[in-house]
Write a protein that binds this ligand. Sequence first.
Ligand code: NDP
Length: 324
Amino acid sequence: MAKTAIIEAHGGPEQFRIVDREVGEPGPGEIRIRHEACGLNYIDVYQRTGLYKMDLPHALGMEAAGVVEAVGEGVTHLKPGDRAAYAANPPGSYCAARVMPAAQVCPLPDGISTDEGAAMMLQGMTVQYLFRRTTPIAKGDTVLFHAAAGGVGLIACQWAASEGITLIGTAGTDDKCQLALEHGATHCINYRTENFVERVKEITGGTGVDVVMDAVGADTFDGSLDSLRPLGFMISFGNASGPVPPFQLTTLAAKGSLKITRPTLFTHLAKHETCQQMARELFEKVESGAVKIRIDQRFPLEDVAEAHRALEARKTTGSTILVP
Ligand code: NDP
């Protein structure tokens, strides 16, 4: 049996219930893993509220790390006793142990702790695909990155700095801006007190940035387009302030032949080999010291509702883990 956080209906954090669930044995292509820590991510909020729908009741959570207990037929990259971590479908990582598909579970190198693994797989592989797999971004390019002091944000700040990319961050308080600067952002704009479009224009000498990475969504979308240089690239990858409303495609022409994509990590890591390669690149960044994983909040799994409240209230910085 394994302690598991489930929801039976979409809604607020009060929907969480902790139950004991049968874990069972892994079938072909599956493993059984005992979790030491589970990662908290904003996608969990979308799944809880029903912005991203799922059949209920369902356990939530897309990320965790722990020790492999058993492997099913055909699994060759993991064995019992291995420390491993993952960001993967199906949801259900908020638990002490589970059986799940093995393909996206990655062996953890010695230099990375299990807690770090749980805190970084989803946010870190997201940064990997944003910088390496979405549009060419080279040393000297300038990126605007919203919510730069968050989980994805602090990893992005460090990743950009390690590659000579200028990152202009935004964040909701001066303290968060300071944190982003300490993690490698070249500039950081408090977008609650300053007009970020005007500040970006000032910083870039009127030109605009090459790429915007925007997961704040509704509140920032228009300003993000206005912050791009002609032919610039908009990556809209989340909705922390609400989904982006429908817009006219001709807007992209009017604002300077802009390009736009709306990606999700789970397309990028769908293939086993690609996922393992993305994880290895992330692990190299962390083991080299270029990227440090900040776990600023830890909650017992039983307090998952409190953890969700803190994330939605913009009270967290860096990564958050739940301890089962
Ligand atoms: P964060 O730790 O970044 O938390 C979200 C942050 O968004 C808040 O701390 C807050 O920072 C900012 N924010 C702005 N407006 C709001 C609002 N109205 N309500 C709540 N927060 C707001 O979360 P994650 O690192 O887990 O994820 C960051 C974003 O990236 C999310 O939108 C997530 O969905 C997206 N994402 C997308 C992926 C993809 O592949 N498409 C994969 C991974 C993450 P501040 O106070 O500084 O404004």
